[in-house]
Design a protein around this ligand. Structure first.
Ligand code: IPM
Ligand code: MG
Length: 353
């Protein structure tokens, strides 16, 4: 098996190196390849998603990404920005389902801005459509009208096929969890959401054991804060999933801890939910756990290695329960460690069990 590592920018390079170390530890015969993405790829090649990276993807069984972005590339034209590299990568790999779990680590209950009693039992996963909707819809653009007014526009569209394939993934995931699925839309206003709702109901008939409900996105944003434990699987479109997953991450209080998986028919793409944090890059301060847990997701979803995935997750939990923390989770820590030392502790914990 060959894994392509795309470290990217900022702390992406540090956390990707740590995640690669954990991967090598648990599956020593995994072959690792490296490629460029984001701002650093732009510096080296003039493109945030170079052709060479695409060539490397073609021979990989899964891709592990660090993070992309940084203020120094903010003024580049849209198609040269690091974010364009990431969106291009998702589209190129056709990874239409983005899975973002958010659960409470008992040891980190204090890190959330919500009260402990609201947090108890939170364990949800957002299944976000990733390569359609308003992110990719055409027409899009900016124009100046004859009277000098500027006008900018984007298109939010979904075909029934796009909705069907993401719905099947979400129902499949619900079957393996507590079989409860909430589909989130804005069907009171948007045609694309009315179609979304109809198609989700059609697909639901094939999964009679899954309990399905529909919720408007504004209500969902409120319910996530009011009672996050009511959710199990949240299925939603690209833009709503982008927003709700950031909200869910803060419910857990630990953005640096959260992994994600993006899957389609081919190789999967795995990345921590956090960004490139240029302010702390290169200082051994970043939390590597989001990237390390992304390796666990890779083993689970791309290679069906549930046992090994679980071993990594358990080691992370044990290290946290000893009070060992990176700086972002300093409150309640017994010992503050750097990026590398946190990784070493997690590897050590796996060796001990
Ligand atoms: C995310 C990010 C990206 C997105 C950005 C960096 C393009 O916010 O992965 O959630 O909007 O999808
Ligand atoms: Mg986002």
């Amino acid at each position: 098996m060959k894994i392509l590592i795309l470290p990217g920018d900022g702390i992406g390079t540090e956390v990707a190196a740590c995640a690669a170390g954990v991967l090598k530890h648990v599956v020593p015969d995994m072959e690792l390849d490296y490629g460029l993405i984001g701002g650093s790829a732009y510096e080296a090649t003039g493109s945030p998603l170079p052709e060479e990276t695409k060539t490397r993807i073609a021979t990989a069984n899964a891709v592990l990404l660090g993070a992309v972005g940084g203020t120094r590339w903010d003024t580049l034209p849209q198609d040269k920005k690091p974010e364009a590299g990431l969106l291009g990568l998702r589209a190129h790999m056709q990874v239409f389902a983005n899975l973002r779990p958010a659960r409470i680590f008992q040891a980190l209950c204090d890190a959330s801005s919500l009260k402990g009693e609201v947090l108890s039992g939170v364990d949800l996963i957002i299944v976000r459509e990733l390569i359609g909707g308003i992110y990719f819809g055409k027409p899009r653009g900016v124009e100046t009208m004859p009277d000098g007014t500027r006008r900018a526009y984007n298109t939010l569209e979904y075909s029934s096929k796009e909705i069907e394939r993401i719905a099947h993934k979400a129902f499949g995931i619900a079957l393996k969890r507590s079989a409860k699925l909430t589909s989130v839309d804005k069907a009171n206003v948007l045609e694309s959401s009315r179609l979304w709702r109809e198609v989700v109901d059609e697909i639901a008939t094939g999964y009679p054991s899954v309990e399905v409900s529909h919720m408007y996105v504004d209500n969902c944003a409120m319910q996530l804060i009011r009672k996050p434990s009511q959710f199990d699987v949240i299925l939603t479109q690209n833009l709503f999933g982008d927003i709700l997953s950031d909200e869910a991450s803060m419910v857990t209080g630990s953005l640096g801890m959260l992994p994600s998986a993006s899957i389609g028919e081919g190789p999967g793409l795995y990345e921590p939910v956090h960004g490139s944090a240029p302010d702390i890059a290169g200082q051994d301060k970043a939390n590597p756990i989001g990237a390390i847990l992304s390796v666990a997701m890779m083993l689970r979803y791309s290679f069906d290695m549930e046992g090994t995935a679980h071993k990594i997750e358990t080691a992370v939990e044990k290290v946290l329960s000893k009070g060992i923390r990176t700086l972002d989770l300093a409150a309640g820590a017994r010992k503050i460690v750097g990026t590398q030392e946190m990784t070493d502790c997690i590897i050590q914990e796996m060796e001990n069990t």
